[in-house]
Design a protein around this ligand. Structure first.
Ligand SMILES: N[C@@H](CCC[C@H](N)C(=O)O)C(=O)O
Length: 262
């Protein structure tokens, strides 16, 4: 048994356990350990767990696991949180280039405390399936407009779509959206958590891009998104069906730090 220091961060209520794994002490193949630590009753609790690791050519590497213990695809809110963590550790200044599962990400901390801009992958394909949109913003997303989102059964409807064909094997994150002011209100059922989370960064990004396609918007676009845990902002350039210079912006905050033994 050894004692390990962990950190807890959250971005718009999407919460993560983070370990500084530059010494390689955390076994990334131990899915059972990740699952136990993310458990809200028997563990620390979190929507996911991240390892900050050393990698050549970049400031650090982000390795992300969903709460079910499996390595996930890109996590946008997690990306902002690990940038805040790297700055708190003194590894980076106000800008960074780091490596994640979907490639290199650039991020910048704003003067506003805890507000971080994270560059996301370019997107060149949005598929329409009935009244829904399918796209990959680093993670796969299903986007569907609904009326009365506040009382919409996000968990039941999201789970139904996530486990239906053709998604059941790989899973998909399901976002429900309703227009609100000059932006959108979004609620997301996340695969790997298998529940609604308070925010999903790649999901909010997917919604902003899908709504720009639906509304035939072109050029430089800025889309405010409200989620249950706060506010996010998505910026991008749209040229025909290609989305570049995509930025996910929002808060990333340290919550607490502790020790755990295993
Ligand atoms: N659950 C996702 C990845 C995590 C998404 C995340 N919460 C975000 O902020 O983007 C998956 O592996 O599909």
């Amino acid at each position: 048994m050894n004692t390990h220091i962990f950190y807890k961060y959250q971005g718009a209520g999407n919460d993560f356990i983070v370990f500084d794994n530059r010494n390689g002490a955390f076994d990334a193949n131990n899915a059972d350990l990740v699952r136990r630590l993310c458990d809200r009753r028997f563990g620390i609790g979190g929507d996911g767990l991240m390892l900050l690791q050393q990698v050549e050519g970049y400031d650090f590497e982000m390795v992300y696991f969903n709460a079910d213990g499996r390595e996930g695809s890109m996590c946008g809110n997690g990306g902002r949180c690990i940038v805040a963590f790297a700055q708190d550790l003194g590894i980076i200044g106000s800008e960074t280039d780091f490596l994640a599962v979907d490639g290199v990400h650039h991020a910048r901390m704003h003067d506003t405390v805890g507000w971080i801009s994270l560059k996301m992958v370019d997107v060149s394909e949005i598929r329409e399936e009935g009244d829904a949109y399918l796209l990959n913003t680093g993670s796969p997303h299903y986007v569907k407009q609904v009326v009365g989102l506040d009382t919409y059964p996000v968990v039941e409807a999201g789970r139904h779509i996530r486990y239906s064909n053709p998604f059941s094997k790989e899973g998909i994150n399901v976002n429900f959206v309703e227009a609100e002011g000059d932006g959108y209100y979004v609620r997301t059922y996340e695969r790997g958590v298998e529940d609604e989370t308070l925010a999903c960064g790649t999901g909010a990004t997917a919604v902003a891009l899908a709504m720009a396609k639906l509304n035939k918007v072109e050029g430089q676009v800025e889309t405010p998104i409200r989620v249950a845990g706060g506010r996010l902002n998505i910026r991008f350039t749209k040229t025909a069906d290609r989305f570049t210079e995509v930025f996910l912006e929002g808060p990333a905050e340290f919550v607490f730090k502790g020790e755990i033994t295993w």
